[in-house]
Design a protein around this ligand. Structure first.
Ligand SMILES: Cc1cc2nc3c(=O)[nH]c(=O)nc-3n(C[C@H](O)[C@H](O)[C@H](O)COP(=O)(O)OP(=O)(O)OC[C@H]3O[C@@H](n4cnc5c(N)ncnc54)[C@H](O)[C@@H]3O)c2cc1C
Length: 299
């Protein structure tokens, strides 16, 4: 039996070969490859060892808001669509058991409704919960890692495990508990009580983001990590006069220099070239080695 035949026999998953992957990332660079959509944890527990048996590497894509995919993607894309009844968020709870595929925008709406203290930290970040945890996504209000109590993962052998999160589990835009091949399937999320002022704080922050980030364009969020808490990558790129620089269909955003916008006709090679131009300028002028925040396979 072939890999494709074995995968199509597994319940709760759909395999799509040579699919258009462009829609799987918010940057929308042209990309093609194979995708497996997974609708239950049990299915994932069967899919991952099957991929391993055939030596096929895989890449998890959540909302693709922090990923760039190559023109031809050799890895199997794993995309989770785990069941969740949104009615669960109709009332306030002490803590929440949530699937990794849930969009954190639903959590922000819930936080506005109930004034959940702590949940303002991920205001406006486009992400699945799994992607936000993997990246320890955050804003200048804080990071999501502080709110995570446990994370449940499936490893490449299909084994399910739960990690208890502590002070050492995260740092700036990274985690220390997801091993290569692991897929986050869910998490327990906490809050710090109710505070009516939080609802307004979130609404104000959403407005601020609309003004300061190019939210209506195709982009992948911040391309580079800030070299330091007080040294913003976007500010440094701006000071270099690189705002507005174009390469093919790509442009360094005039609104926020750490964002690269895609007018719709760009590819992976152009993105890499523009990133390298920015990196070498930063290196020459500031002596700073910029580190990528966006995930580019093979980097
Ligand atoms: C307009 C815009 C604004 C943004 N603003 C912010 C911001 O303010 N703060 C911020 O931190 N980020 C920001 N981002 C970046 C992005 O939203 C975050 O990094 C987010 O956490 C990515 O989540 P995702 O579901 O899209 O993950 P993806 O981009 O799909 O994946 C990111 C990484 O996580 C891994 N991953 C995803 N899901 C899983 C899983 N279930 N199990 C294991 N690994 C997984 C992927 O393999 C990849 O390595 C912004 C992006 C955009 C487009």
């Amino acid at each position: 039996m072939s890999l494709e035949q074995e995968l199509t026999k597994i319940p709760d998953c759909s395999l799509s070969l040579d699919d258009d992957l462009t829609k799987y990332t918010t940057m929308r660079l042209a990309s093609r490859g194979d995708v497996v959509e997974i609708r239950s944890i049990e299915s994932l527990q069967k899919v991952l060892p099957t991929l391993k048996k055939y030596g096929r590497n895989y890449l998890v894509v959540g909302w693709g808001a922090n990923q760039i995919l190559p023109t031809i993607c050799p890895e199997m894309i794993i995309h989770l669509d785990l069941p969740f009844d949104l009615q669960y968020l109709n009332e306030q709870k002490k803590e929440y058991e949530l699937p990794a595929s849930l969009g954190i925008n639903h959590l922000t709406s819930h936080a506005i409704k109930f004034g959940l203290s702590g949940w303002e930290v991920f205001t406006g970040i486009p992400a699945s919960l799994g992607g936000a945890i993997y990246m320890n996504a955050g804003t200048n209000l804080g990071e999501i890692g502080k709110l995570i109590k446990t994370v449940t993962l499936v490893n490449g052998d299909g084994v399910l495990r739960t990690e208890t999160i502590g002070a050492q589990s995260f740092s700036y835009r990274r985690n220390y508990f997801v091993n290569p091949g692991d897929v986050i399937v869910g998490a327990t999320v906490m809050h710090f009580g109710s505070d009516p002022a939080i609802s307004q704080k979130i609404k104000d922050y959403l407005e601020y983001r609309k003004k300061s980030q190019p939210l209506a364009t195709r982009n992948c969020g911040c391309v580079f990590k800030n070299p330091d808490r007080d040294l913003q990558a976007g500010r440094l790129i701006d000071l270099m006069g690189l705002k507005g620089l174009t390469l093919g269909g790509l442009r360094i955003s005039p609104k926020h220099a750490n964002f690269i916008e895609n007018s719709g006709s760009s590819n992976w090679d152009q993105f890499e070239t523009l990133v390298n131009i920015i990196k070498s300028n930063m290196n020459v002028f500031y002596g700073i080695e910029f580190e990528l925040e966006v995930k580019i396979p093979y980097h």
